[in-house]
Design a protein around this ligand. Sequence first.
Ligand code: UGA
Ligand code: MN
Length: 253
Amino acid sequence: PMIYFITPTHYRPEQRAELTRLSNTLRQVPNLFWILVEDAEKRSPGVAEVLARSKLQHAHIFSLTPADKKLTDKDKNWKLPRGVEQRNAALTWIRTNLAGIQKGVIYFGDDDNSYDLRLFDEIRAVKKVGVWPVGIVGSLLVETPVIGAEGKLTGFNSIWKPERPFPIDMAAFAVNLQLILAHEDVAFTYEVPRGYQESHLLSGLGISASDLEPMADHCSKVYVWHTRTEKSKLTATEREKFKSSNLLAVERD
Ligand code: UGA
Ligand code: MN
């Protein structure tokens, strides 16, 4: 099956570096289709260029986060969920363009995480919903489903909001394409509490904990890390330059 790798991405000084690093990973994966969704009002040439150079099959789409839902530099990063509009645009793209396609697995892969190539073998093997550990997230070294003696999922080790139906990160699961196609209205939303995007999606797909397929060798292996890039310090002049030219990254290539 094809892996549909959905990445929301937004303009910032580090964007080109993140996308370059991610494209260097993804280009090594066979049968991967990259759905790159810019948080912007149009496609930017710099992003198109990274995509073209990746040689990957891809869709380059965009969907702007409304101003009242957009975090500013001063906001705490947990104030509002990120990637909502962009992942929804990708789901719409999938339902429009992949109707009738039999085989596929959907994964929500952010532009700043770190991916072991072995993750993609796990994603591809997902039947319904696969789950696995994620490194350095939720105040833990490894946030993971807990697997009991018979290899069955018995719970989660999460300590942040463990009462969530699915206390897992966006990077911790992949979903079969058929499930997404069968549930036309399922989408991410601002109408749920912080940390409930994953639970909202999986519940909407009619999934319960017993449907989850523990992967990555009974959840004993970490193949994805929730790395985050430090915000770059810039002089006021550099910040201004950056704001005034969305093409800077291309011009300086
Ligand atoms: C955590 C989760 O790992 C994310 O999947 C989740 O979207 C996010 O929390 C959340 O609370 O919404 P975190 O590292 O805090 O991740 O989030 P970011 O990496 O800053 O953003 C997630 C994705 O959305 C990234 O691919 C980023 O480029 C994109 N994004 C971020 C936008 O498209 N627009 C923005 O304004 C900010
Ligand atoms: Mn991140």
